[in-house]
Design a protein around this ligand. Structure first.
Ligand code: KG4
Ligand code: ZN
Length: 333
């Protein structure tokens, strides 16, 4: 079955065609650049950009997949969590196609989409696994008992890991969103240059990143411009290490405690080179396996939504066309 996936929850307009939740025929992603000058996503501007781009992006997805709407068997679109205006554009567009073509429709939880990127790309991955979802809006450890059956083991109390990357990148003049740029800069730096704080939480599997961001801000304020220039890469690497240390430690501990062999990382920060390499190395020492999506499937994209839509459809059939956008949609409950 060919699934048309649509994703517009934030500032990426994306459409994809995926066969049977496994094979990507196309995955077109347009990252809106208009927000860069504002240093953050302006929801109303994002909505208008989605409206402008959704049809050409959808057409490109069909064209690249070399299929027509007649070949599509299911339509899936993100219903939340995300920005309500942007969500409504993609969701309404997808529902319109499903209604006019009498196709089944599945509304998709964006977080389930992120974790599905690993299922899509790794047929070998155990159904029962742990996933660390790390994106611009979420940081959570989840036990995936099987697709659709989740237990949240811990999440962030304040900022998400990606948010911390973006805020620190902005402070360091690396632009917005700056996670990937910071990662690149950090590769030339010394992660032991300065020890930024690692938040210790009462709840073992909870995270907190707002203190770290403030610590970096205070540290940067005290630096002379020439010191900053000289040690830019070291500061980036030291900050990144503080984020990654906590993510690695908690993920390892939960995998050990629950004795679950397979671990995945999902969401934009799963693209982080240091997180990938350190977690892989540490898990391998414990005879556990780490899976992560290819870079294009880490950040927001419609292929993961098409895949999640397919798995949902297999599990519980089509959804309702009255499905509305839910900005604070949870993964569980
Ligand atoms: O999943 P995503 O595209 O959007 C949300 O659902 O939030 O994640 C975007 C986040 C941004 O905060 C971005 O800076 C971060 O992922 N990100 C990275 C890297 N690539 C993207 N953070 C650290 N290292 C990277 N290589
Ligand atoms: Zn996302």
């Amino acid at each position: 079955m060919l699934v048309l996936g649509i994703e517009t929850s934030c500032d990426e307009t994306s459409a994809a065609v995926v066969r049977d939740g496994r094979e990507i025929l196309s995955n077109i992603i347009l990252s809106q650049t208009v927000h860069t000058r504002f240093g953050g996503v302006i929801p109303e501007v994002a909505s208008r950009e989605h409206i402008k781009n959704i049809i050409p992006i959808y057409e490109e997805a069909l064209e690249e997949a070399k299929v027509s709407l007649d070949d599509i068997g299911l339509v899936a679109a993100t219903m939340g969590p995300g920005l309500v205006g942007p969500l409504l554009v993609g969701l309404t567009f997808a529902k319109g196609i499903a209604y006019s073509r009498k196709l089944p429709f599945v509304p998709v939880n964006h977080l389930e989409g992120h974790l599905s990127a690993n299922i899509l790309e790794h047929p070998d991955l155990d159904k029962h696994h742990i996933t660390l979802i790390v994106s611009g809006g979420h940081t959570m450890l989840v036990e995936v008992k099987s697709f659709g059956e989740y237990e949240i083991l811990g999440q962030t109390r304040d900022d998400a890991a990606g948010e911390a990357f973006d805020k620190v990148a902005k402070l360091m003049g690396l632009g917005y969103p700056g996670g990937a740029a910071l990662d690149k800069l950090a590769q030339q730096g010394d992660p032991k240059f300065f020890r930024f704080p690692r938040a210790v939480m009462k709840q073992e599997y909870e995270f907190s990143y707002s203190g770290l961001k403030t610590a970096v801000a205070i540290y940067l304020e005290k630096l002379k411009p020439e010191e900053f220039e000289e040690h830019k890469a070291d500061i980036a690497a030291s900050f990144q290490e503080a984020v990654v240390d906590v993510l690695v430690k908690k993920t390892l501990r939960i995998a050990e405690e629950k004795n679950i062999r397979d671990v995945t990382i999902s969401g934009g920060v799963a693209a982080n080179s240091r997180l990938r390499s350190r977690l892989k190395e540490q898990l391998a020492k414990k005879k556990r396996r780490l899976f992560y999506p290819s870079i294009a499937l880490c950040t927001d994209n419609a292929a993961m939504i098409a895949a999640a839509g397919f798995y949902r459809f297999e599990k519980s059939g089509p959804g309702e066309l009255i499905a509305n956008a839910i900005p604070y949609l949870k993964l569980v409950g």
